[in-house]
Ligand binder design. Sequence first.
Ligand SMILES: Cc1ncc(C[n+]2csc(CCOP(=O)(O)OP(=O)(O)O)c2C)c(N)n1
Ligand SMILES: [Mg+2]
Length: 309
Amino acid sequence: MVLARLLDDKMASLNRSGKIHGGVFLGRGQEALSVSLGLSLKPGDVFAPLIRDGAGRLAFGETVLDAVRTYLGSAQGPMRGRDGNVHRGYPRRGLLPMISHLGAMISVVNGVLIGRRFRNITGDVGAACIGDGATSTGAFHEAINQAAWRNCHFVLVLANNQYAYSTPNSRQFACENLVDKAIGYGVAGHEVDGTDLAACLKTVGLAVTAARQGGGPQLVVAQLLRLCGHGEHDDAHYIDARLKASPIGRIAFRWPKNTCGAGVGPMAKRPVISGKRRCSWSRRRSPPCKESHRPTLTPRIGARWRRGI
Ligand SMILES: Cc1ncc(C[n+]2csc(CCOP(=O)(O)OP(=O)(O)O)c2C)c(N)n1
Ligand SMILES: [Mg+2]
């Protein structure tokens, strides 16, 4: 975790000094979850990390040199200088190069696992990482559904870092807790404090073991906070400076409700973390799908809604 954080800091500094061109995307605050997944997988397993999974990559066996060489566009890097940052990978070693952050890798991992099954190779686990934002995409829905009915040896690790770019969870989805989605797809759901390394190692380890033993797909939802912007081009002004300066962001979930965080009960329900009070918009918000509960519709669209157009 420390190595991953140091590497992230170095990449950010190289970016600021103009040595790295293009985007730099960091995993500050997400290391415990990411490293737990990397450590829980074995050689032969398939791992599809995302832009915030530097720690998991290192734990799975990627070298610091490969990461730095890719960012610097070196011909000696794994992508031979043809990719600038986070799309690097080694398919033969089970570390898949990512396509998109928004759920695209789930079906890729499904494909690898199903392909192996056709060749009678079983016992391997496939793992993909996504963020809260990805759960609103069709790619997520289609792929988790496919993994479920195919009963893939699959672990989907969801880093709920409270934002997709600058959009807080309260404006992304209406469900109370993302782990509730597991039951709708018929997969096992686990919830964990993503700022607690011991808890992450235990929960992710259990999920990987369950998937390996044929227990079907496992969804692990971790509550944590992105301690930086979406990329280094984003100063994350919408996140409280005290939280960004904290080492792992845990205080975000310890602050009393309706001040700056949501408080960690069993798990924080809807932590909208910003300098402001917990978003009044989310408290005023009504359950979806009822005509009378559509306060945000303009009168014109509201009329159309009522006419069913
Ligand atoms: C299909 C698609 N649409 C949009 C994007 C642009 N995009 C990249 S990351 C991102 C937000 C992701 O948020 P989240 O899933 O919460 O992950 P986080 O960045 O918080 O780790 C968006 C909109 C994309 N990569 N692919
Ligand atoms: Mg997010």
